[in-house]
Design a protein around this ligand. Structure first.
Ligand code: HDD
Length: 758
């Protein structure tokens, strides 16, 4: 590194190694200006790149950016090279002996290119293979030092950069987004005291109580091994065979059969840490905690028919939605909440807080808001960031600790282990997306793909040759495990078994079902009906109904009837007869309608159906009003391109009835104008469009003469009872007030009162 002079070309990605940032080998004039390291046209701003971790930063700032600059590559204005940096003269032809002669083995350019290509894929995640991620930050509302010394909660306004990956569980990497499935909700906090991964789901409970059952669960739900079907679906024999023999999964089944399993958007679903964790403060006092993420845009889900259709028209529906929200500046946001409780309180609960199939009703322990998370930057490169990100439940920081949940214990092992295969060795922590912003110093060395060039001859501790460094931090600064003791009555010696309260498999399944609104209950029943109707072995279906009877006789009866069963099978024997009396028997907080959010119609996708001959002025007025509300309206016409409006208003349709069908939109506006209505009528897609919008209970506005389209689609603007349909707005007369009514109706996202089954 000794001979770099000012102005000499060198690889700016290697500035750290050349000593420009750590000051070890300063070269006068050779410092890379920060601006030249940012890709042109990137979504990053220079201000973002200069913030330091933990500073009080304004919205949009992400201090994980600067450390990544080292590996960012910007090829604009550059020539093509080999991986050794040799410029390539011809990238079209392999090297031959004469143009009609054989290709020569010495063609190192061809061989390097093909060899790299042959190894482009890495193993996909065994679960959660399909996912999407984004960068953002967590902002703390107030210091939580009473409970925890964890870095993100140290002061009000403190910013901690995060990377979040959402995922489905069952499907393979290329599978559809809208499968009926649990969604992963994994957050990596790059705290200034090391990385903390909160690897959660969008459902607060889990199928099993002990990690020893996880491989069985996953083998059961994945495509069946003999024919690899079905993809990204639980509606098959092996899954229901397993869960019907594992009554501890009943509570989770209620959630998975509910609309929670078909979210409208990642931005409109909750997240949960699931397990009970510990918070530990500076005095080494500990309380228990459950983590909750609540979306600012409210909790919205799809309906099943919609999810099925979307999976065909746009398998990337959630990925696209996340990407577009961030690009549009409608940054997805969640509030982090904590349910904090003491060991003494936990001892008295009717359920065991170490049992991941149980939740703590908010009605029993309220959720305390502690901060917010904003996702404001899409990855630059999907593979480098979203695919290579490695979450591990073992990644905790001082102030956060584990409970004895046996499911969590298995996870602490499993995640690190899986990354070693998936990411090719023990150095996955050095991959830029996984590297902490806190410095790493230890005596771990070598291994596949090692990046760090550790200096000196000392790789052990204690040492004197390196002045004792790196030295252990001690209890004041380092991670110290909370010295939990088992109570005398719990002392049993080594044992394979479960605490008694784990055997109550049904109380909370009942609580969940009974706490749902009528439309939610109907969807749960319909989901059980759908899934169980797909089974080829009737005995599994019967066994499931016999277990469901213990959770809800109402639900079991309805599902059995819908499946054509003549009589109900006997109830499945319970693991224990007498269970502790539940503190809460009705928990309204468990309904999707309990968290409506606060942001109106932000990011809602609205189709404005228009055709040649439509009146453009009113359609444009609606478009502008919706944009002003933060919604995303699009003109959809029989074909894309300029619309020949009746009044000459210039409108460009960027979507067609064919390429963006009705179920991809949250709401519908039908443009006015006799000729336009006639043109829409003449296209068979229009009827499907309107019908799907109607059947999926969405908000529909017809301007003026467009009302005629309701008749054609056999859609009534009023309910069977004769009452007005709350989701249908007819824009006759003053358009302003009609638009207001439309926006208001759209805030509800859906109008289940209209729904019929089928
Ligand atoms: Fe897991 C991935 C969430 C139980 C073993 N899990 C994974 C991901 C999420 C979860 C969100 C994807 C992370 C990413 O985006 O890369 N898992 C959960 C939750 C669980 C749970 C909330 C229960 C409360 N998991 C669980 C158990 C085990 C695993 C009991 C094993 C004993 N999970 C894994 C894994 C994965 C994984 C095999 C696959 C890829 C990966 O870890 O990185 O190790």
């Amino acid at each position: 590194t000794g001979d770099l002079a000012a102005g000499m070309p060198f690889n700016s990605n290697k500035s750290i190694e050349h000593g420009f940032q750590n000051g070890l080998n300063p070269q006068p004039g050779a410092t890379v200006p920060a601006t030249s390291r940012l890709p042109t046209g990137s979504t990053l701003s220079e201000e973002n790149g200069t913030q330091k971790t933990g500073s009080l930063a304004p919205e949009g700032v992400n201090s994980s950016i600067e450390p990544l600059d080292r590996v960012r590559v910007d090829s604009s204005g550059q020539v093509l090279t080999t991986n050794q940096g040799v410029a390539i003269a011809d990238n079209q032809n392999s090297l031959k002996y004469g143009t009609r002669g054989p290709v020569l083995l010495e063609d190192f350019i061809l061989r390097e290119k093909l060899t790299h290509f042959d190894h482009e894929r890495i193993p996909e995640r065994i679960v959660h293979a399909r996912g999407s991620g984004a960068h953002g930050y967590f902002e703390c509302y107030e210091p939580l030092s009473q409970y925890t010394k964890a870095a993100p909660f140290k002061e009000a306004g403190k910013i901690t950069p995060v990377f979040v990956r959402f995922s489905t569980v069952q499907g393979e990497r290329g599978s559809k987004d809208t499968a009926r499935d649990v969604r992963g909700f994994a957050v990596k906090f790059y705290t200034d005291e090391g990385n903390w991964d909160l690897v959660g789901n969008n459902i607060p409970v889990f199928f099993i109580q002990d990690a020893i059952k996880f491989p069985d669960l996953v083998h059961a739900v994945k495509p069946e091994p003999h024919h690899q079907m079905p993809q990204a679906a639980s509606a098959h024999d092996t899954f229901w065979d397993f869960v019907s023999l594992m009554p501890e999964s009943t509570h989770m089944l209620m959630w998975v059969m509910s609309d929670r399993a078909i979210p409208r958007s990642y931005a409109t679903m909750q997240g949960f840490g699931v397990h009970t964790f510990r918070l530990v403060n500076e005095n080494n006092e500990s309380v228990f905690v459950k983590f909750h993420w609540t979306p600012k845009d409210g909790l919205n889900s799809l309906v099943w028919d919609e999810a099925v259709k979307i999976s065909g028209a746009d398998p990337d529906y959630h990925r696209r939605d996340l990407w577009e929200r961030i690009e549009a500046g409608a940054f997805p946001e969640w509030e982090l909440g904590m349910q904090i409780f003491t060991e003494e309180e936990a001892d008295k609960f009717s359920f065991d807080i170490l049992d991941a199939t149980k939740l703590i009703p908010e009605e029993l322990v309220p959720v305390r808001p502690v901060g917010r998370m904003v996702l404001n930057r899409n990855p630059d490169n999907f593979f480098a960031e979203t695919e290579q990100v490695a979450f591990c439940t073992a990644h905790v920081v001082p102030g956060i600790d584990f409970s004895n949940d046996p499911l969590l214990a298995g996870r602490i092992h499993s995640y690190v282990d899986t990354q070693i295969t998936r990411l090719g060795g023990p150095n996955f922590h050095e991959i830029p997306i996984n590297a902490p912003v806190a410095q790493v110093h230890n005596n771990q060395r070598d291994g596949m793909h090692r990046q760090a060039i550790n200096r000196g001859r000392v790789a052990y501790e204690p040492n004197s040759l390196a002045g004792g460094c790196p030295f252990q931090a001690g209890a004041g600064q380092g991670f110290v495990t909370f010295p939990e003791r088992l109570k005398a009555k719990e002392e049993q010696g080594k044992v394979r078994g479960k605490p008694e309260k784990f055997a109550d498999h049904y109380t909370q399944a009942t609580l969940f079902y009974n706490s749902q609104t009528e439309p939610e209950k109907a969807h749960i029943a319909a989901a059980f009906r759908f899934e169980l109707s797909k089974l080829t072995v009737p005995a599994i279906r019967e066994r499931m109904i016999s277990s469901l009877r213990n959770a809800s006789e109402e639900l079991a009866t309805k599902v059995a009837r819908d499946l054509g069963m003549k009589e109900l099978p006997d109830r499945m024997p319970r693991a224990i007869d007498r269970v502790a009396k539940a503190e809460v028997t009705h928990a309204p907080s468990l309904s999707l309608f309990a968290k409506p959010g606060s942001t109106g119609i932000r990011a809602r996708k609205i189709a404005i159906l228009i055709a040649d001959g439509s009146i453009g002025a009113t359609a444009t007025q609606v478009h502008e009003a919706l944009v002003a509300e933060g919604a995303v309206p699009r003109f959809v016409a029989p074909r894309i391109g300029a619309v020949n409006t009746a009044d000459g208003t210039a409108i460009d349709a960027d979507a067609s009835l064919e390429n963006e069908p009705g179920f991809l939109f949250d709401a519908l506006v039908l443009a006015d104008g006799e000729k336009g209505v006639a043109a829409l009528k003449a296209d068979g897609h229009t009827m499907e469009f309107v019908k799907d919008q109607y059947r999926h209970c969405k908000t529909i506005m017809a301007i003026g003469e467009a009302q005629a389209l309701f008749d054609m689609a056999d859609v009534s603007p009023s309910l069977p009872s004769g009452d007005p349909d709350p989701g249908i707005v007819v824009g006759a007369g003053k358009l302003d007030s009609a638009i207001q009514a439309f926006v208001k109706a759209l805030q509800d996202h859906r109008h289940p009162i209209r729904e019929t089954d089928p």
